[in-house]
Structures are given as C-alpha cells and as structure tokens.
Design a protein around this ligand. Structure first.
Ligand code: MIG
Length: 811
C-alpha cells in the first residue's frame, strides 16, 4: 500500500506538536466505568461520559488532573450507571448507546460520532482534534459541506452563524448594532444541522471563549477558550427540538412566571418622583391601555445605594406601592451589583465585616466605579454572599416590590475592564475574574431567585436580567439591552429573541420602541406590534429621551398601540400555555420557522427569520420597516388562516400581504386551536367567565391547555388543570371533543365561545348530542346557541363550560 506509506509520516509530524499548539497525541491507556471511560493520552487526559443515550460528554485536560469545581451551568446529575457498550478494535475504541456510535481512534486520538445506522454526524478534524497552547484549549471539528450552525445565545447578527467567529465575554455595549460581538449574555451552545438533521454542542467553559464557525477558512470549525478544560457535551437530535430539550435538561428550564409578568410592562430611565409614577399609572387606566408593571430605574435609590430609597423622591414607598397595587400595578426595581463603598452605609459595612465582597490577591477589597461611584462587588460564587444578598432583597420585598431587574451585571464598571486579577471564592475552589466574569450575572440571578423564594415561598416573583450565561433561563427572564430606536434594531428585535430561544432562553424581550433615540410614530407602532408577540413585553427608554409611553404619542398612534396591547391580553391563555410548555420542554415560545418546519428549506432562508411561530399554532409576520405597508412572508406546508383578512391560504408559498399600519399579519395554522379571553386592564382585574377558542378545522388535530392560579407555587403539588381539545373534520362533519386531563384547579370558567374559522353555514349543530339553535341576533346572552357570521365565514358556538364536552357540526 504505497498510498499509506506516503500519508502516515506526514500525519505523525502534525499529530502532537506544531509551532505553539500541542495536540492530544495517542491513547496509551484506558479504564472503563459504569458511566464513563477514562483514557490516558500522550499529552492529555480524556473522559468520555455517557450522559444519556443521545448525550455524551467529552472532557480533556492537559493539567494532569481534572478540576473538582462544580459547573455553574449544568444542574443535571451525571447518573452513576448508564447503559452502553464498549469495545476495543485494533485501531480504535467504540462506545455504543442505543442512538449513537462513537469511534475513538487510537493514534492520534480523534473522535467520530455516528448515529446508530452509521451515518456520520460529527467528527474531530483529523489533523488537529483537541489542542493546547499553554492555558488555551481548542477543539477543531470537520466542517461539512452544507452544514448550518445556529444558536450561541445573544448575538445580534442573523440566525445563521456560518462564516463568522464569535466571542463569549459578557459585555455592556450601549447602542450596539448587528456587527457588535460580544454582548451581555454568553451561551456557549450551538446547533449544527446537515441534511435536516441536528446535533448540538455545549462547551461548558466559563472563561472567555471563541466559536469559529468556519470563518476565514474552509478546513474546519473550532471552539475554544483562554483557559479551563475542553469540556463539551455532544447532543444528538436529530430533531432540533430534541437538541434544545436535552440541552435544557442539562442547564435547566424556566419556572412558570407570574401570569401578570406576561402583561404589558412600562419602564423608563427613570420615573421619579412618586407623583410621576402615580401619573404614569393613572394615565394607563384613564386611557384604558392595559398595563401590569411599572419599573423604577436607578434614581429611586439614595445616591444609587442598593436596597435604599431616595426619601425625597419617594417619601413613603410602601404607601405608593400599595396604592398602585390597588390599581393593578406591580412595581419592579432595578438592582445593580455594585455596593457603594461608603463606610456609613449598612450594606457596605455588612459586606466588609462578613467578607462578602471580592478582593485583590493582596487581600484588599476591590473597588470599581459605577453609578454609586466607587463600589464593592459581592462575590456571588460564595454561598454566604448569595444568602446575604437574598436577605437584603427582603427590604424591598417588605415594601411591596414584586420583581427585580438586574442590570450592570456583566459585571460592568466604568472603563469596562474589571481587573482579571480580582479573586472569587468559586465555591471554595478559588478563581480569578477570568473564570467568573461570564457567570457573575448567573450567580447574581441565582441569589435573587433564592432570596425571593425564601422570603415568600408560595408567591411567584418576576426577575429580569441583562447579562447571563448558560442556565440563566432557570432564574430569570432576559432582555436584549440598550437598543436604538431605528429600523436595524426593529429587525434585531425580531431576530435576537429567536436566537436566544434556540439557545435555551425562552423568556426574552427587547426595549420596545428602542432604548436610545426617538422612534417615529410608525416605528413605535411597528415595534409595539412585534413586541406584543414577544414573550417579555416591556417598553423602556433612556434618560433624557422623549416620553415613550403609548399616551405620549398622537391619538391615532395611541389607539393603535392600545389595540395591540389589548390583543396581547386577549391572547394570554394561549401565551401562558406556551410558557407552561417551555417550562416542561425548554423550547422557545417565539420559534424560528425552521424549528417547527425542520425539513422545509424555505424556513432556513434569510427572509424567514423576519417572521416566527408563536407556539405551534400562530405565525406572526411583523412589518420591520417604518415605511412598508405590506409584508412578504413564507407559509409552510398545509393551510393557513389569515386573521386580518378572514381568508385562507395554501402553504409552501411565499406571499405578499397588505399590512397597513394598524395591522400585523397573523396566521393560524390549520388544525390549530387558539384559546383567548376578554380584555382586561391588568391581569386579575375581572373574573374570566368565558374561554374563547379559535379553530381553523383540519382533518384531525389536538391541543392541550394548561391553567393554574398564575401566582402561587400550588401547581407544584398538582393544583392545575389540563384540558385536551381535539377535532376531526370528515364528510362535512366536524367533531370537537373537550376532556379534562388533569383536574387539580378550578378555572372558574362558565362558558366556551368557539369560533370556527373559514367554514360554510352549518346545517345543524349539536352539543353533547343535543341540537342547539341559531341565535340570529348574535348577542350570545344564552349558552348552547350558535350563530353564523356569513361575511367572515365564522361559526360562533356558545356552550356551557363543562369538563367533558362534545360538539358536532354538520355542514
Ligand atoms: O449605565 O440604569 O441597560 O436599561 O436604563 C446605564 C440605567 C445603566 C443600562 C440598562 C438600561 C438602564 C440604565 N442602565
């Protein structure tokens, strides 16, 4: 074999050392355990853990031993025993699970991962594999033709990540744009898709890290970090959804938020004094624009001292908060991590006395400049500090505050260069800022979540953060920071939340209207329309900018915005159910088209990221320009009902629809149920008697609706209800069945109003086998009547609420 004798010597000279980079070398030894295999390599140690049948963890170090410090991101416990087969062959080892076959080549050590039918999914670059360069670690992977990359958290470019390199280093960058990287949140997790089949790689390393998705070369893609272990999880789908669900099995899923936090929230930098806050609140009620929360930015504090009030601006916070509560408003305060280094100030004193702040190696407390001027920084990697911080929050909780907004937690300091030499506890293992920077916000959010839970164990609070790391979803919602009131950011407001959703963070939103600058009325309306379909819906605006509340605009704009906010409130049952789904599956609520239509090439196109699925039944196509009065969009296969036009479209088509300023194109998937309710000025204002259920009938489909009290943790002991809706259309007969699948919570509903879309006049309608009559007046005062709206082709059926219901319609 002449061919081989030429290749092999070349191979050997590249395999271990090449100008600065050291590679792992060959396998010298191995040891098999019930859940892992350990290998000794020439220049490194490697452990391969079998985490699950579709998840493997690869962990390399060149430091002689592996770190014992726990992961910040991963909360999943590696099982003691996992089923897998291990086999030695002459040139390789093989690990087999039911879903994956991993070949571990002996010389040099290289990984190749196949599905159980031996389709190659992912492999190390055959020349470079894993490398070390002093502290730096990298993993080089083969770049396949046609492989697409997605994810990586808060990135402001398009969804597709190919051909670019990204950095993970939490950064405060006001007025960023689509070229700026890194931003506030770091999520070292991406998804690779080839031939419509997906896998994910989560690189569990908190140091500054890099993801080169084939930028400036076509040989390989690579990921790596300045320091730490090459420790990554390989997650097989092949469904993209399954990759995300597995990733969030490792890093956690959202808690069910309080229902009110799905309402509209109003913020600006800053509402003060108290009279201003009251006036803003009253205006919402006067104009009947629904709103559930008002934010207090940094000026509520006494000299920016966290956990205090400026008593001139807010002489009696408890009274103000209670008065506003009576009107249906929750108050949310900003909390920055920096504690003013003022020897007279209780938080500074306690922190110094109890050793809760980070220090230089010489033992001196670190002070950085932020809003309060020179400030100490709590060490959130230290249990004692986490507990203390949680206790301090109770000061504000006692005043009646119902949510916390964590800002400047990258951590940001003036000068943007928190010294790397600053020391952290790292759960007792000791680490410098290089290791902890990216998880500072994650740990602060953990302290916040644990603090509010300890203070009121059975009440849900809302937490919002600017910075974060993998796992942030389990503690907090995220917003995308300091946007600008321009069209570029309007587009980003559609793309970035989708990108974060793919990265395991479903509770996400933007500063609606833009943080910096002044939106035109049209831009403001378009952003409100988009924002009303994002999971977190808050308008916020910078210091010195014009007033940006809906009532600060002209009457026409105000009324358009009121309509869209009202629609959001009508949609709350559907939306809340999507939050429930996200809490179970880890999947996004605002879904990129290709997530639901993985095999449809059109859903991967550049334009298709300018629309999204809200849950599985609604397609939202926001107008992302302030001048357009139309929208080009893609409808995947099947049929779609245009909500604005009351007509249906055949899918697998790009279409252009009219979208005058008062409209955002909304489509209902055929077979999709959409539960809605009456408008309220705030969550809980009225008793909701009626559930309205939209349905565009299909041959057969199903939907599950989750409901609970929306505010307590009682659901964790079974106090919730799950209702199953199913429908079947055949031979001009539509049957709808409703059954209660879990009956732990009394919804208080008295009736259903079904809106059957795009149908002809019925010949007969039966509810539980009894024929019901036509209410010609369309007044719906009585149950068990129907009415056909000829103009819109909508059949309305009103029935009693019942745990079991059967409706039959003959057309
Ligand atoms: O240095 O608290 O992103 O939402 O209004 C700026 C003032 C600090 C940045 C946040 C923004 C907030 C602002 N903060």
């Amino acid at each position: 074999m002449v061919k081989y004798s030429i290749i092999i010597p070349m191979f050997l000279c590249f395999s271990t050392l090449y100008a600065g980079f050291t590679f792992v070398g060959k396998i010298k030894n191995y040891n098999v355990f019930p859940n892992k295999v350990e290998f000794t390599l020439t220049n490194a140690n490697l452990i391969i853990y079998v985490v699950d049948q579709n998840i493997l963890r690869f962990r390399y170090t060149n430091q002689g031993e592996f770190s014992n410090a726990p992961s910040y991101a991963v909360i999943f416990q590696q099982p003691e025993k996992v089923n897998f087969l291990f086999n030695e062959e002459s040139d390789k080892f093989v690990i087999k699970t039911t879903e994956l076959i991993v070949q571990i080549k002996k010389d040099p050590c290289r990984i190749s991962i196949f599905d159980n039918k031996m389709n190659l999914l992912n492999k190390d670059d055959e020349y470079y594999g894993v490398s070390f360069d002093n502290d730096e670690v990298r993993c080089f992977k083969k770049l396949f033709d046609g492989e697409k990359f997605y994810g990586l958290g808060e990135k402001s470019d398009q969804l597709l990540k190919n051909g670019n390199q990204y950095t993970m280093w939490n950064s405060d960058f006001p007025a960023y744009n689509s070229k700026r990287d890194p931003l506030y949140v770091s999520i070292p997790f991406f998804i690779g898709i080839r031939n419509y089949r997906a896998y994910g790689i989560f690189f569990d390393n908190t140091y500054k890290s890099y993801f080169n998705m084939g930028a400036s070369n076509k040989e390989f893609y690579w990921f790596g970090a300045d320091k730490g272990e090459m420790d990554y999880y390989f997650i097989y789908g092949p469904q993209i959804k399954r990759v995300i669900t597995s990733y969030t099995m490792l890093t956690g899923k959202i808690e069910l938020p309080p229902l009110w936090s799905l309402g509209y929230q109003q913020s600006r930098w800053s509402y003060y004094p108290e009279t201003t806050v009251r006036r803003i609140a009253q205006s919402f009620r006067d104009y009947e624009i629904p709103c559930d929360a008002i934010y207090l930015d940094i000026d509520y504090m006494d000299g920016y001292r966290v956990f205090t009030w400026d008593k001139e601006k807010f002489p009696n916070p408890t009274k103000m908060i209670n008065d506003l509560k009576a009107k249906g408003f929750k108050l949310i305060t900003i909390i920055d991590p920096g504690v003013k280094a003022d020897t007279e100030y209780f938080a500074a004193k306690e922190g110094v006395e109890n050793d809760l702040f980070v220090k230089y190696p010489n033992g001196k407390f670190y002070e950085g400049q932020v809003w309060p001027s020179w400030s100490y920084f709590p060490d959130f990697t230290y249990d004692k500090t986490i507990n203390w911080w949680g206790d301090k929050l109770s000061i504000l909780l006692k005043d009646g505050i119902e949510g916390f907004w964590n800002d400047m937690n990258e951590p940001a300091v003036w000068g943007q260069a928190f010294p790397d030499i600053v020391q952290f506890s790292d759960n007792g293992f000791g680490a410098d800022h290089k290791k902890i920077h990216n998880v500072y916000a994650l740990q602060m959010a953990k302290a916040t979540r644990e603090g509010v839970r300890k203070y009121s164990p059975n009440k849900r609070h809302f937490i919002l953060t600017r910075a974060g790391f993998s796992g942030i979803q389990r503690y907090s919602a995220v917003w995308t920071g300091d946007s600008e009131s321009n069209e570029e950011h309007l587009k980003l407001a559609c793309i970035m939340p989708q990108n974060l959703g793919l990265s395991g963070v479903p509770f996400i939103g933007t500063d609606v209207g833009g943080f910096i600058g002044e939106p035109t009325a049209r831009l403001y309306v378009r952003w409100m329309q988009l924002g009303s379909f994002t999971p977190f819906f808050r308008a916020h605006s910078e210091f010195n900018s014009r007033a940006k509340e809906p009532f600060a605009f002209d009457p026409n704009t105000r009324s358009l915005v009121r309509d869209i906010i009202r629609f959001r409130y009508q949609l709350l049952p559907y939306l809340y159910n999507e939050f429930y789904n996200a809490s179970v599956t880890g999947l996004p609520i605002m879904k990129p088209m290709f997530l639901n239509y993985q095999n449809d090439e059109n859903c991967y196109s550049y334009d298709s990221q300018l629309q999204f699925m809200l849950g599985d039944n609604l397609l939202i196509a926001p107008v992302l320009s302030s001048t357009d009065n139309f929208k080009k969009l893609y409808l995947p296969g099947g049929k779609w009902y245009s909500f604005n036009e009351n007509k249906t479209y055949d899918g697998s088509n790009w279409i252009i629809v009219n979208a005058p300023i008062e409209q955002i194109p909304i489509f209902i998937r055929q077979g999709g149920f959409v539960p809605m309710q009456d408008v309220q000025n705030f969550v809980g204002e009225k008793k909701i008697d009626e559930l309205q259920v939209l349905l565009f009938p299909s041959p057969k489909s199903e939907y599950q609706l989750y409901q609970d009290d929306g505010i307590s943790y009682d659901y964790t002991s079974g106090k919730y209800s799950i209702t199953k809706f199913s429908e079947e259309l055949s031979n001009n007969k539509l049957k709808i069945h409703i059954t209660t699948e879990h009956d732990g919570y009394n919804t208080g509903l008295k009736n259903y109003l079904f809106k059957i879309l795009a149908v002809s006049a019925p010949k007969a309608v039966y509810v539980n086998n009894e024929r019901i009559s036509d209410n010609k007046k369309n007044d719906y005062k009585t149950n068990n009547q129907f009415n056909f709206d000829k103009e819109k082709s909508i059949l309305n059926i009103k029935t009693n609420y019942s745990k079991k219901l059967e409706i039959q319609i003959e057309f």
